[in-house]
Design a protein around this ligand. Sequence first.
Ligand code: ZN
Length: 352
Amino acid sequence: MQTIDLLRQLSDTFGVSGFEDDVRELVRSLVTPFVDEVKTDALGNLFAIRRCSNPEAKTLMLDAHMDEIGFIVKWVEEDGFLRFAPLGGWDPRIVPGHRVEIQTRSGRIQTGVIGTAPPHILSDEARKAPLPLEQMFIDIGAPSLEDAQAMGIRIGDPLTIHYPFMALTDDCVTGKAFDDRAGCAVLIETAERLAQQNLDVTVVYAFVFGEEVGLRGARTAAFQIEPDLAIAVEGTIGADMPGVPDHSQPVRLGFGPAISVADRSIIITRKVLHAMEAIADEAGIAYQYKLPTYGGTDAGAIHLVRGGVLAGIVSVPCRYIHSPISTLRLSDFELTSRYVTELVKHLPGAVL
Ligand SMILES: [Zn+2]
């Protein structure tokens, strides 16, 4: 499949933290042709396993999280409006004035809008202050609680702001969930590229749940996989934009894959970092560093499982993550995808 179609399908699929079912089924169908076995666990992680014929072989875990930030319905008002709570790290300033998709118990998608009081009736003070999430509401067109219930809406239904995937230019695309469907796409392309090649490690492609609410799936996944080495693949914080000084831009678009040195969840072991740099240099892949110490990643949970796991992080630069309109460059994605393939081939031999 063309990269752009892969990203489109993955980004457009509904997959709020804890409700990753649709993404999991899509990933399962995409990755199955390239591996020996696909399985899931109790909480919804998906493992696609490419076995090495040598039973003594080490195990490499490649991680990408399936979930995207979203919300959950927490109350239905008598007059049919919905109240909602965040799942993951939203910036309340960007939430009002958007359409949302709510997934009902039956799986049906109900569209709604996050309404706000018109500026005409606000005091000068209220117009300047950002609205807290607790004061926002969703209008699904239902005139009453009974009507909302008849439409299938219940407390606990997940929702997210939905913007369909679009190409802005030949190289730049926008979508709602590149954090971390970009990582999922890298894993799928890597699995495809390596499907016909001999490897001297067993590779477990782990598509995990619940990263945005505390690295939950990565922790339980790593416990089961017992990897000798792990690489988390992320869509991360591109901040090359007006008003942000160079030293505050964690990564920039157009400069290739971002290698993390440290974030708030992990400090990359020197041996792993040096090998990652050398492999990129050897392959002639331009890379950048993700500046320390912004954000946390699944690698933070994975490296602390059992007796400790060597781990690295590679990211696709994405602007506007944790908003419904993130952007990335296909050229950065392509380099990241190729680089992760090189890491699978060479990193285990270099550090284990
Ligand atoms: Zn992420």
